[in-house]
Design a protein around this ligand. Structure first.
Ligand SMILES: C[S@@+](CC[C@H](N)C(=O)[O-])C[C@H]1O[C@@H](n2cnc3c(N)ncnc32)[C@H](O)[C@@H]1O
Length: 238
């Protein structure tokens, strides 16, 4: 299975209604992302949200730079509909597949970007393609621009993945309880460990990905937040 599983309307609805809000520490991750962009020292006038879903990461950028022009790219029509419903029409909503290297030419007329952000999306690509996408992102940034990826990465050992999974299920359970759902922890665990998009994950260790960013030419490359397998990492283009 590959990333195209995300083009299903059902999976888009499930993510937006049930899973995303339960992700542990997601508000903090968005806040770290906005802080990194703010500390980059240049206003964000134009940004790209890659694999935008309903545009939650770009929407966080807009809380700080409300007049910025966002380009929201996703290959799922259902996700783009959700993004359009949430965001002003001043932004651009692009249906495209960044797994196809030709996406860069198609988006170039909207570049360069002061910031490129992405949330839980690029990890569906094979490692070779991930690295190439990071290089494509570098080429689309203006000098002085910044790339921040909120991402699901590989644990160092199987124990790490167990820790990640159990923490995630606890968070799902707490979220469902708080929303009045009677679903048991076991039911949620079964659903989580058998979720359809899991087979589409191609998780890579964050250290490996930081190394690629440095080789490509990004500076100030680091993992700025890590909670088990959930990271905020990126770098700046001088
Ligand atoms: C887990 S969702 C995350 C959505 C959003 N960024 C968020 O943080 O809530 C992954 C998103 O990436 C999109 N996506 C995955 N692979 C893609 C690709 N090759 N091209 C464009 N969008 C892609 C999916 O359609 C989906 O909206």
């Amino acid at each position: 299975m590959n990333a195209t599983v995300w083009q299903s309307d059902a999976l888009a609805k499930k993510w937006l209604a049930g899973v995303r809000s339960a992700i542990p520490l997601q508000a903090e991750r968005l806040s770290v992302t906005v802080r990194l962009l703010a500390m980059n020292g240049r206003p964000v006038q134009r940004f790209l949200d890659l694999g935008c879903g309903d545009g939650i990461v770009g929407a966080a950028v807009l809380t700080r730079w409300p007049d910025a022009q966002g380009v929201f790219l996703d290959f799922s029509p259902a996700m783009l509909d959700a993004a359009r419903a949430k965001l002003d029409a001043q932004h651009l909503f692009v249906q495209d597949d960044y797994g196809d290297p030709a996406w860069v030419e198609r988006i170039t007329s909207h570049a360069p970007f002061d910031a490129i952000v992405s949330g839980f999306s690029i990890h569906h690509q094979e490692d070779e393609r991930k690295r190439a996408i990071y290089a494509e992102i570098f080429s689309l940034l203006t000098p002085g621009g910044i790339f921040i990826n909120i991402e699901h990465v590989a644990s160092a050992t199987p124990w790490g993945s167990t820790l990640f999974g159990e923490d995630f299920v606890d968070a799902l359970f707490a979220y469902h309880r708080a929303s009045g759902s009677q679903r048991t922890r076991q039911e949620l665990a079964d659903e989580f460990y058998n979720r359809p998009d899991m087979a589409a994950n191609r998780l890579a260790p964050v250290e490996l990905q930081l190394g690629w960013l440095r080789e490509i030419g990004f500076t100030d490359v680091d993992c700025y937040s890590k909670h088990f397998e959930l990271c905020v990492f990126g770098g700046r283009k001088k």
